[in-house]
Design a protein around this ligand. Sequence first.
Ligand SMILES: *[C@@H]1O[C@H](CO)[C@@H](O)[C@H](O)[C@H]1NC(C)=O
Ligand SMILES: *[C@@H]1O[C@H](CO)[C@@H](O)[C@H](O)[C@H]1NC(C)=O
Ligand SMILES: *[C@@H]1O[C@H](CO)[C@@H](O)[C@H](O)[C@H]1NC(C)=O
Ligand SMILES: *[C@@H]1O[C@H](CO)[C@@H](O)[C@H](O)[C@H]1NC(C)=O
Length: 387
Amino acid sequence: MKYLWLSLVIAVIQVTYSQGPPFTEDCRNDMYPPKPETKVPTYVVNLDADPKDRWKEVVTDKTEEFKYMLTVVKNLTGSFFQGSLIDFIDKNFPSIVSGLPAPYGDEIIGIAAATGIPLGEVVLYNVFYELFTLCTSIIGEDPNGKLYHARNLDFGLFLGWDIGNDTWWMSEALRPLVVNIDYQRGGKTVYQAVHFTGYVGILTGIKPHVFTVTMNERFNIDGGYIGFIEWVLGKRDAKWVGFITRDAMESCNSYSEAMDLLANHKVLAPAYFILGGNQSGEGAVITRDRNKAVDVWHMNDTGHPWFILETNYDHWKAPLFLDDRRTPATKCMNKLTQQNVGIAGIFNVLNTKPMLNKLTTYTAVMQVNSGHLETYLRYCPTPCWPF
Ligand SMILES: *[C@@H]1O[C@H](CO)[C@@H](O)[C@H](O)[C@H]1NC(C)=O
Ligand SMILES: *[C@@H]1O[C@H](CO)[C@@H](O)[C@H](O)[C@H]1NC(C)=O
Ligand SMILES: *[C@@H]1O[C@H](CO)[C@@H](O)[C@H](O)[C@H]1NC(C)=O
Ligand SMILES: *[C@@H]1O[C@H](CO)[C@@H](O)[C@H](O)[C@H]1NC(C)=O
């Protein structure tokens, strides 16, 4: 199904851009700080509380936005499956929840209870990030050996073009759901992450003083839906991609422990994990198939030992030329120079088109030693790729 989407997208993009490449611009140096109203709010999730209760405050605040987003999903899927898909999900997905590892199953049950949204739909929502994200992640090291890890999360490719607004429905519906979560135990921060409210896995996370991680989707023939089907049918030894990163936050106490878990444990879907440690040189892109890492690429091995970046293509292969965010991002990092690595510098690189595009929902920047995370909603008015 993903490949059907993808080939349609490519066909449309080819026609649209037969006159020239997707919209790009000179490297920006003036995007930071962004408008204060684009900064996302932070909520505390108390890990000492019952998993069924710990998301209550956040999801209660965002129930309307959550419901709206699910309406968009239903409209989009409904137009392809005449509504039968959602009926199927409402009927069959609730049973999936009991097979999820602790604490995720109970957290999802709690979220459904607090919002009144059918359990099957909350489960669906916790699945589909494994399928539709396009992103750019960068780790940069400043001249003092301090690491900055940042990412754009681009979501919603082809999920409903709004002709009147020149926007993608899904990306629009997701932005109001973005929150920073401060996970605490005993009143102290254990780790922090950026979430779409209602999704309990981690796509962007920081364990202060220890490591940072981001997940980018990897397209592969042996795709996530196969892993998901196997999982539904009872083969449960693989971890969900969004859950393995949160497991890493919970249980790994060093860069090398996180590396080991993220590189070696079976996962449901192919993915890239971009992992940063707490000292000079500790940055890597782990390219995963479902069984294991097919490649671990270290920062010192990139040809530019002070940064490493990943979009949605294997680093040893050329990116899809219509979606080449790697070349402009590399160019802008080189133009930035190591001297200027920092929150503002990397934010500017990520907010240059086409790294910034109409699907970009947020930019997050993390600094591991200070435990700093800041996240901003991002918009890209026309003209801006895609469309
Ligand atoms: C969903 O579709 C209905 C009927 O076509 C429409 O009235 C409604 O505005 C749509 N809602 C969203 C959120 O797209
Ligand atoms: C489109 O724009 C209108 C007017 O700005 C706004 O009210 C509406 O919510 C937008 N629709 C979507 C799906 O974002
Ligand atoms: C980096 O992580 C290691 C392993 O957890 C820890 O021993 C060390 O103190 C950390 N260094 C800094 C600068 O936080
Ligand atoms: C790069 O770093 C990795 C791990 O930190 C190490 O195993 C490898 O030998 C290094 N490679 C080079 C070329 O220095």
